[in-house]
Write a protein that binds this ligand. Structure first.
Ligand code: PLP
Length: 522
């Protein structure tokens, strides 16, 4: 196995030097006004905005989707584009017929768009794989562990999703969790940069990379990733950024303003940026893969295969994408990011900031509600992710009642960030909470409301009105539910049921089509 002695990657790429603010590589179209109009037109172009469900009071309501941090809805503009492209569908590994050549071209184009969307220069490769950030972070933890086995420490923060923690523990070894800043109100903000600097100094010789989220999936707070990259580079370490949450909300630049602050790896999930069904994305410096055996081997990545040996292509991303790719997903991602880039992520960011400001204000006025994390935008910047608990009712019951009585979809529990959520709740310490602390009333967790570009102030008003009703009549709501008692912290309605199979069944949908055929041929 080839091993590189460490040379800071930014020194290998002096051509990256840029002295002005990074400007988007996908050129925004028209005037600012045109772009705002396009954003307004786009708001309604998503599958699932009009879906109706029965409520526990016997009525039916159009759902209010406030769970975009888990997965966004799918953009129908991109879907239509993909449907048209799929008239040419063929496998990219076929080479000479028209369909195969068109698909291969479109697949390359999708990679190029993703690279442009995150401002990646030619020194980076864009690798598609898996279905989200989890696949990319596991891949890069393995790559970086193999590349520099003598560097067995990763520094991360207390605010990470398990996907940006467990792969580093498993593949690299030692993970140090840096605490967060307290803002002037005493609330958790971004990573404590001084503590991070101290940890970087302490582990300088062993530090492989700093792995940090660009924005928290619990508090929405944004981290200064380029400042962190610069600090990591100063001791010869790398910077790996989890952009799962930020990608749909903020302009991204892997290069930053200066080579010393360029990110080494950035991962994102297409399903969190309006393209469910698309692959996970890893944008990484090409040099990181030099001389390493690809993580997965098979068809499409080899120049020559004999029964006793094989030669792997040098071409990237091909050598990291064995097998037939998820082509429809890749095209969907490409079309979606091109659309967002042409409207301009600055326009989308500004629009969401207004909505977030409005939501923070309104939600914080609900009686007996505790908001988690820094919640003044002028103190700590954040994306549209807001978590809270009501004093009057446990989070599992709140989430169930919002769904059953108001048709509002939110997420609850720990959002795959258990150490952070426990810390915010003051529930840390010991080897685990005693059983009585994990009953349905006391299961650690919160309620999370999160926005996509289709959400409006009406959606915020709807959730605030619903929460006010819960706070006014907690005993009534409590009587309607019973705890699931399966250790999950879930609450079940005593009389109302809306089984998923009542809404949609694949087998019934197939039969419907067959019956249509029968009817037309009779
Ligand atoms: N990182 C963050 C901050 C997330 O919010 C999530 C998912 O919620 C992930 C990583 C994992 O993403 P995926 O499930 O798409 O792999």
């Amino acid at each position: 196995m080839l091993q590189l002695r460490f040379v800071p990657f930014y020194l290998l790429h002096a051509s990256l030097m840029i002295d002005s603010a990074p400007s988007p590589r996908i050129e925004p179209f028209g005037t600012h006004n045109d772009r705002n109009e396009a954003l307004d037109a786009l708001r309604t172009e998503f599958d699932g905005l009009e879906t109706e469900y029965p409520l526990a009071d016997g009525s039916t309501a159009r759902r209010t989707y406030l769970d975009s941090a888990a997965s966004t809805l799918r953009c129908t503009v991109a879907d239509d584009i993909v449907r048209r492209a799929l008239r040419h569908y063929a496998n990219t590994h076929s080479q000479l017929h028209d369909g195969a050549r068109i698909m291969t071209h479109l697949y390359h184009q999708a990679h190029e768009i993703v690279g442009d969307f995150v401002d990646a220069s030619d020194d980076y490769t864009v690798v598609f794989g898996g279905s989200g950030v989890t696949a990319g972070l596991n891949r890069m933890a393995r790559v970086l562990a193999e590349r520099r086995p003598d560097r067995d420490v990763v520094i991360t923060t207390l605010m990470e999703h398990h996907a940006n923690d467990l792969p580093h523990r498993k593949h690299v070894g030692n993970v140090v969790h840096v605490p967060l800043e307290k803002d002037p109100d005493g609330d958790a903000g971004r990573v404590d940069v001084a503590a991070l600097q101290h940890a970087i100094g302490e582990y300088a010789d062993r530090l492989n990379y700093v792995a940090v989220t660009a924005a928290s999936n619990v508090t929405g707070v944004i981290n200064p990733v380029h400042e962190i990259a610069k600090m990591a580079h100063e001791v010869g370490a790398l910077c790996v950024v989890d952009a799962a949450q930020s990608a749909a909300h903020l302009p991204l630049s892997v290069q930053g303003h200066d080579p010393s602050e360029a990110l080494d790896v950035l991962c994102m999930s297409g399903h969190k940026i309006y393209a469910p069904g698309s692959p996970g994305v890893t944008v990484a410096r090409k040099a990181l893969f030099d001389g390493l055996e690809p993580q997965e081997v098979g068809g499409g990545i080899v120049d020559r295969v004999e029964t006793d040996r094989y030669e792997i292509t040098d071409a990237l991303p091909e050598r990291e994408e064995a097998g037939t790719p998820n082509l429809p997903g890749a095209l969907r991602l490409g079309a979606t990011l091109q659309l967002l880039g042409r409207i301009g992520m600055d326009v989308i960011e500004a629009d969401e900031r207004e909505l977030t400001q409005y939501a923070l204000q309104r939600i914080s006025e609900v009686d007996g509600l505790t908001l988690y994390g820094s919640h003044r935008l002028e103190v700590a910047d954040r994306i549209g992710v807001i978590t809270f608990n009501l004093e009057a009712l446990p989070h599992g019951l709140v989430a169930a009642a919002l769904n059953d009585y108001f048709g509002i979809a939110v997420r609850n529990e720990c959002f795959c960030a258990q150490p952070f959520v426990r810390d915010l709740l003051g529930r840390t310490g010991g080897d685990g909470a005693p059983a009585e602390e994990c009953g349905p009333e006391t299961q650690p967790g919160m309620v999370r409301v999160s926005f996509g570009l289709y959400n409006t102030t009406d959606d915020v008003d709807a959730v605030v009105d619903a929460l006010e009703d819960l706070v006014e009549r907690p005993d009534w709501y409590r009587k309607q539910y019973r705890p699931a008692m399966d250790g999950s912290g879930d609450w079940l309605h005593r009389s109302f049921e809306h089984p998923p199979e009542a809404s949609f069944s694949l087998t019934e949908a197939v039969d419907e089509w067959l019956q249509g055929v029968e009817a037309t041929t009779d």
